[in-house]
Design a binder for this molecule. Structure first.
Ligand code: ADP
Ligand code: ZN
Ligand code: ZN
Length: 743
């Protein structure tokens, strides 16, 4: 064999170790400098083949060459990702203490993960068949009419159907009429979009505050700057984004927009598409693998001008990125909660910094992290304090529940108020963050509760499906006929879930149809959007939901919003609970009175005197958040310090706790050696607040410091010891940097 090339390869495995392989010369069709960042297929453990990525060429290798296995296939001839994204991923692996092989794999679309080529493939397109028709004949079939008028402008790829809101049955119907046909072809790649760029003339006159915010960003658009756009709900943040986008697109640069929920993408996409005539692509987990790869390719070769997506879209590879927007930046869904626990917002800021472009974080309820940075002057703070157009902020009030007779959690005052709003033909939103019919099933004779055998939690009773379901693991159980303790047949559903409240609303307001929006009845991809459309058409008058309903939707006819029960969050041991409640309250309240009509918000509680509620109702999120930040500062909690959480779970409680104790020893020793023990707080191990879940005992070890770099360095030094501890193989453990959830 002539000159063998050793390649060090990262694989998607839960170890920080990388592996050396030989690249046979017959596979090498490219220059050596091109190899780092190319994907390869390699044999791994027995007959298995895995996809990996080359991280180093000809490193100092500890093994004899004849011990190394050969690479089976060199998939790419040039690095898959551009240099800046590659180095950002290297940084992320380091910062989040996660194996680079897995970081890399998570950052690329599924098909690339599987070793497919990074190329477009032909797909189904729809176009007019040439047979004559008259659009006016389709007055009775609006959807067909809309599809035809779209097709009059251009062909439609099957991947565009969702963004254009055209359904397949509509197209099939038109095909049967002989008006359109489907053909197989490569997706359109419009690399020349800049030449046909245009902006819709239909846009509102900006408010003074909007104009200031826009100018602030556009004046500094060729360099890194992080902006916090703190704008109350309905203040026209999206309008600000659109105006900021314009000069970026005009300069031929691409824009990345990150939104929290899949449910929000169609709305956002429509607004961007209605404004600019440029190719817009979406990226979220609801797309199939081919669609995801197509979007990725459009970003990479710049045939996509605007990419709108959820969390993972932050890893898209762009040819010429000019701006990042994170909408609803406070949203918890930006943090991935398992495996590679990155925060999309934080990654985005790092990315903008590295690529020297502006990033805009928008929210009515900024996270305390972001607010802290803005108040310290690290971010530029932009404000929208008034609602756009004629909309006025809603009025807020509390209803004291103490001693009141309740109907499925509704107080007589609230029922009366609902009646008034509904009588004026307005819509009402009721918010209850508890799915199912009732949170517990209890024996009326002896008080026995049906508890999940695998978790420290009770089963939730789902009446319509007639089963008990644990919301913390996947366990389900048919509804028992008898008490497990005394044998009584009197089992009663205790507490209120959305399913039960829906039943009550149907009997209280039979003439005002209720729709329930929660994860139980919106599982199908399309049903959530269908509900949203029906709500906007006025088909439903009472909208009942969990926090899914709180996010970003615009319902012009909603005038009353009520939070049924918030007491749980008032006395929670998680220091972030109050921040989350305040955000939720403000976002939900933001759904009231968004158009011409004045809105009203009410909050039912047994603790009307609670300072958090008083602060929110009387002074709003702005005041609340500044006070909360002061409290965090006094308690030295994030964002005024930094945390890392080590989690460990096992069927055997001692093993789980023991592993973390050993980790603590390692960490303590390291910080003694480094003489940094005074700056590093190590707390635990303690049981997680839900100690047992899905049959596993769960423990946590918390690290806290004023210095972020110290945490990173200490963990980096501990990594090898953690990986090599035999005790670690008997349990499941993970590192969560900047944790936001302690359950
Ligand atoms: P936010 O994202 O801040 O909640 P939106 O951008 O959705 O607010 O704007 C709320 C509503 O106000 C939308 O219907 C939008 O079209 C409208 N709007 C935004 N800016 C203006 C303006 N300057 N004048 C009139 N209406 C506006
Ligand atoms: Zn369970
Ligand atoms: Zn009993």
């Amino acid at each position: 064999m002539n000159q063998a090339i050793i390649c060090r390869i990262a694989l998607a495995i839960p170890l920080h170790k990388q592996f050396d392989y030989l690249l046979p010369s017959y596979l090498l069709k490219t220059a050596l400098e091109n190899l780092v960042g190319c994907r390869v297929r390699v044999p791994f453990g027995g007959k298995r083949q895995m996809i990996g990525v080359i991280c180093e060429v000809n490193p100092a290798c500890d093994y004899a060459l004849d011990k190394l296995k050969n690479i089976t296939q060199l998939i790419d001839q040039t690095p898959l990702l551009d240099d800046s994204l590659w180095s950002l991923l290297r940084w992320a692996a380091f910062y989040y203490q996660h194996p680079f092989g897995d970081v890399f794999q998570q950052a690329i679309p599924t098909l690339l993960r599987q070793g497919k080529e990074a190329n477009f493939k032909g797909c189904e397109h729809w176009q007019l068949s040439g047979n004559a028709f008259n659009l006016d004949d389709f007055k009775g079939a609006k959807k067909q009419q809309q599809a035809l008028s779209l097709l009059q402008e251009s062909k439609l790829a099957s991947t565009q159907l969702k963004t254009q809101d055209v359904s397949r049955p509509t197209l099939k119907a038109l095909q049967e009429k002989g008006l359109i046909e489907s053909i197989e072809q490569q997706p359109d790649c419009d690399l020349e979009w800049l030449n046909t760029f245009s902006e819709s003339t239909q846009k509102p006159t900006l408010t003074a505050e909007q104009a200031i915010a826009i100018t602030s960003v556009t004046q500094q658009s060729n360099t890194f700057n992080c902006f916090l756009l703190e704008g109350i709900t309905g203040s026209g943040k999206t309008e600000v984004y659109l105006n900021i986008l314009k000069p970026i697109l005009e300069a031929g640069k691409q824009v990345l927009v990150i939104v929290p929920e899949i449910g929000l993408t169609p709305q956002t996409v429509q607004r961007f598409q209605a404004r600019f005539k440029v190719p817009v692509y979406i990226k979220h987990s609801g797309l199939n693998a081919r669609e995801q790869l197509d979007t990725w390719l459009h970003a990479k070769q710049a045939s996509g001008a605007i990419i709108i997506g959820t969390r993972s879209a932050i890893f898209s590879d762009f040819k010429n990125l000019g701006l990042i927007i994170i909408d609803e930046e406070h949203d918890g869904s930006f943090k991935q909660q398992d495996g590679f626990r990155y925060h999309a917002r934080d990654f985005a800021i790092k990315r903008a910094f590295q690529q020297k472009i502006p990033i805009v974080l928008g929210s009515a309820t900024p996270s305390l992290e972001t607010l802290h940075n803005a108040l310290q002057g690290k971010y530029q703070h932009l404000h929208l304090t008034e609602r756009a157009g004629n909309a006025k902020p809603p009025t807020s009030s509390l209803i004291n529940l103490a001693g009141l007779p309740l109907k499925s959690g509704l107080s007589p005052q609230l029922i009366e108020l609902m009646g008034k709003h509904l009588a004026k033909n307005n819509q009402v939103i009721l918010f209850l963050n508890r799915r199912g019919y009732a949170p517990v099933l209890m024996c009326h004779e002896c008080g026995w509760l049906v508890k999940c055998p695998r978790c420290d939690a009770f089963y939730t009773y789902h009446k319509s499906a007639n089963y008990l379901h644990c919301h913390h693991c996947t366990a389900t159980l048919p509804v028992p006929r008898q008490c497990g303790d005394c044998g009584s047949t009197q089992l009663i559903a205790t507490g209120v879930g959305t399913e039960q409240l829906e039943e009550t609303l149907n009997s209280l307001f039979p003439d005002h149809p209720t729709v329930r929006i929660d994860r139980d009845n919106t599982r199908k991809k399309e049903s959530f959007n269908q509900y949203l459309r029906d709500i906007n058409k006025g088909k439903y008058k009472i909208l009942l939901g969990t926090q899914m309903l709180a996010k970003g939707h615009h319902f012009p006819d909603v005038t009353l919003v009520a939070l049924i029960d918030v007491d749980g969050a008032l006395f929670c041991n998680d220091y972030r609970a109050s921040e989350r409640l305040a955000q939720l309250y403000t976002q939900v309240a933001g759904r009231a009175g968004r158009a011409e009509k004045k809105g009203q918000v009410v909050l039912q509680t047994h603790h009307p005197e609670h300072s958090l509620l008083q602060d929110l109702v009387n002074n709003g999120y702005l005041d609340f958040s500044r006070n909360a930040l002061q409290e965090r500062n006094l308690a030295q909690l994030p964002p005024c310090s930094f945390q890392v959480l080590l989690r460990c779970e096992s069927a055997n409680a001692t093993q789980a706790e023991n592993f973390l104790s050993l980790c603590k020893q390692v960490l303590t020793q390291i910080s003694l050696n480094n003489k940094t023990s005074e700056q590093l707080l190590i707390l635990g191990p303690i049981p997680a607040s839900m100690e047992r879940r899905a049959g596993k005992y769960r423990f946590q070890l918390l690290l806290q410091s004023q210095q972020r770099a110290l945490l990173t360095k200490t963990l980096q030094q501990a990594q090898v010891s953690f990986d090599n501890m035999p005790e670690g193989r008997k349990v499941r453990w993970s590192i969560d940097v900047d944790p936001i959830d302690f359950v």
